[in-house]
Design a protein around this ligand. Sequence first.
Ligand SMILES: *Cc1c(COP(=O)(O)O)cnc(C)c1O
Length: 229
Amino acid sequence: MVTENLKAVEEKIEAACARAGRGRDEVTLIAVSKTKPVEMMQEAMSAGIVTFGENKVQELTKKQQILTEPLNWHLIGHLQRNKVKQIVGKVERIHSVDSLRLANQIQNDFEKQNLTADILIEVNMAKEESKFGFMPEETEDALREIATFPNVLVRGLMTIAPFVENPEDNRIHFRNLHKLLVDINSKNIDNISMNELSMGMTGDYEVAIEEGATYVRVGTGIFGSRQYI
Ligand SMILES: *Cc1c(COP(=O)(O)O)cnc(C)c1O
């Protein structure tokens, strides 16, 4: 199932890149494997996937002990400050930096091991009460602060768009996140030069690619629906 699903997702990514006049190599597919067994991840690996997204530290580190081949692990879910030390040196990107206190914790824990964290700043574009993330209008000030942290490198912005029936309804949020990135980059803040936009999930990744996504985070579309126990 995973192999066929991946083929369909890949075709849609290629078509969206073509529509947007973008190269396929500008977009990285993150296979979101949360709650799914390593056997399914191995099937995805056989089909060429090397980048996985997990939303829980414990699940991520457990799977890393089993899947020891070189893979790119991305933490995409809300991160508690007391868990940061467990992922130092273990993840390629943290997508979900949603507060200054968390950024500060990342600075401290990575500094202790002399490593730099590559992070994305989560922005709550639709201003949903239920969601984590900076409000769009507070993002620049937060970035100016985080830019002074020597062991934290901000690579870009991330958003989790609302759940919608029609993916076109989220186009405005993706477009606005892209605008926010261009706007902040244009201010030439020291140590801030962001290239990455993590946006789009199973329901709306094609629209996100049309609006400039460099990372799409696809779970259900690859591994099927999740059951939470
Ligand atoms: C679960 C999750 C996804 C994947 O969602 P699907 O709709 O299953 O593709 C993407 N991003 C984040 C932050 C998630 O937690």
